[in-house]
Design a protein around this ligand. Structure first.
Ligand SMILES: Cc1ncc(COP(=O)(O)O)c(C=O)c1O
Length: 358
C-alpha cells in the first residue's frame, strides 16, 4: 500500500486511524449488518451517529447550548448566500472584511440580498496581510470575516471587536485547528473537507437567537430555523460524511482535543516558516504577523523553478503543492491530519532543492 503526504488545500488528508476504522466498519456497522452508506437517516442507529458527532463537536469546541450545531450541504459556498438570507434581515445591511478570494465571493453573494459595506480590505497589497483597522457601520446586521484565507495563507490572529453586532466567520480552513471562543461569534460556518471529513458536509454553528429572522418566502432548505428544529434531518443529510466527521472528532478528542492539535499545528508551521526565513531562495508574500498555520504559501525565484519544485516534490511523495491558480507559486496545506513527519520531509526537500537549484 502506498500513502503519500498530501498537501492539498481540500479535500485533504484524513487521519489514518480514522480511515482504518471506517474501513473496518464499511460492510457491517456495529452489528447492524449494513454500511452507514446504506442506512436510513431516520434509523435509531443513524440517530446515534449524528447525535454523537454533534456532542463531540460541542465538546471539542466548547459550544454551549445557546448555539445550534447544523450539518448541512451545499459547501461553504452556499453559506455565502444562506448567511445574508437569514441574517441580513433587520437593517438589510452588513459589514464584510475583504481578505481574499473567498471573502470576495462572500461579499459578492451578500450584495444580492442587501447593502454590503466593506469595513476593511487588504486588496491594496494582494491580500498579503490582515487589516487591523475597521470602519464598522453601527446598524449592520452582522460583520463577516474569513478567519483563515486558504488561497493567500493569512489568518486573523486577533478577532475584530464588533461590539453587539454579531460576528459571522467563514472558518472553513482553520476550524478545530486552534482554540477559539465560540461565544465571540454569532455564526461560524465551515466546509468539512479540510479539518473535519469528506466533502459534502458543511457545519454551521449559530446562536439560537439569530435563527428565524428570514423573509417570509424563504425556501425551507435555506432556513436555519428549519434545520435547527429538525436536528439537521429535514431532508436526507450527507449521512456518510457526518459519520466520518464523527470519527474525526472522536480521534481528535482521543489525542487531547483542540488544545493538543493546536500545539502540533504550531510546531508544523514553525518548521516551514523557519525554512523560508532561513532562505534567500524562497519568498513568502505574507506579513509575518498574519501567517496562517494551515496554508503556507511561498515561491522560488521564478515560475519555471516553481513548476520544477512541484514536479520533483510529487515524485518523492510530497503531493499537491502547486499554489492556487490565482496566486501561483506553492502552497503547503498542513491541516490537522498532516503528520509532523510530512512537514519535516517537505522542509528537507525544500533545503535540498535550494542547494540544487540556486
Ligand atoms: C475559506 C474558504 N471558504 C469557502 C470555501 C468554499 O468551500 P466549498 O467548496 O465547500 O463551497 C473554501 C474552499 O476551499 C475556503 O477555503
Amino acid at each position: 500500500m502506498k500513502r503519500v503526504y498530501n498537501f492539498s488545500a481540500g479535500p485533504s488528508m484524513l487521519p489514518e486511524a480514522v480511515l482504518k476504522k471506517a474501513a473496518e466498519e464499511i460492510l457491517d456497522y456495529k452489528g447492524s449488518g449494513m454500511s452507514v452508506m446504506e442506512m436510513s437517516h431516520r434509523s435509531k442507529v443513524y440517530q446515534s451517529i449524528i447525535g454523537n458527532a454533534e456532542q463531540l463537536l460541542r465538546k471539542l469546541m466548547g459550544i454551549p447550548e445557546t448555539y445550534h450545531v447544523l450539518f448541512l450541504q451545499g459547501g461553504a459556498s452556499l453559506q455565502f448566500s444562506m448567511v445574508p438570507i437569514n441574517l441580513m434581515t433587520n437593517n438589510k445591511k452588513a459589514d464584510y472584511i475583504n481578505t481574499g478570494a473567498f471573502a470576495k465571493k462572500a461579499i459578492s453573494d451578500g450584495k444580492l440580498f442587501g447593502t454590503v459595506n466593506i469595513a476593511a480590505s487588504s486588496d491594496d497589497k494582494n491580500f498579503s496581510y490582515i487589516p487591523k483597522a475597521f470602519s464598522f457601520s453601527p446598524d449592520a446586521d452582522y460583520v463577516h470575516i474569513t478567519t483563515n484565507n486558504t488561497i493567500e495563507g493569512t489568518v486573523f490572529k486577533k478577532l475584530p471587536d464588533t461590539g453587539s453586532v454579531p460576528l459571522v466567520a467563514d472558518m472553513s480552513s482553520n476550524i478545530l485547528s486552534e482554540e477559539m471562543d465560540v461565544t465571540k461569534f454569532g455564526l461560524i460556518y465551515a466546509g468539512a473537507q479540510k479539518n473535519i471529513g469528506p466533502a459534502g458536509l458543511t457545519i454551521v454553528i449559530v446562536r439560537n437567537d439569530l435563527v428565524g429572522k428570514h423573509p417570509e418566502k424563504t425556501p425551507p432548505m435555506l432556513r436555519y430555523d428549519i434545520h435547527a428544529k429538525d436536528k439537521s434531518l429535514y431532508n436526507t443529510p450527507a449521512c456518510y460524511s457526518i459519520y466520518m466527521a464523527g470519527l474525526v472528532f472522536e480521534h481528535l478528542d482521543q489525542i487531547g482535543g483542540v488544545k493538543a492539535i493546536e500545539k502540533i499545528n504550531k510546531e508544523k508551521a514553525k518548521i516551514l516558516y523557519d525554512t523560508l526565513d532561513d532562505s534567500e531562495f524562497y519568498k513568502t508574500a505574507v506579513e509575518k504577523e498574519d501567517r496562517s498555520i494551515m496554508n503556507v504559501t511561498f515561491t522560488t525565484p521564478n515560475e519555471e523553478l516553481d513548476a520544477k519544485f512541484v514536479k520533483e516534490a510529487e515524485a518523492v511523495g510530497l503531493c499537491s503543492l502547486k499554489g492556487h491558480r490565482s496566486v501561483g507559486g506553492m502552497r503547503a496545506s498542513i491541516y490537522n491530519a498532516m503528520p509532523v513527519e510530512g512537514v519535516q520531509k517537505l522542509a528537507e526537500f525544500m533545503k535540498k532543492f535550494e542547494v540544487e537549484n540556486k
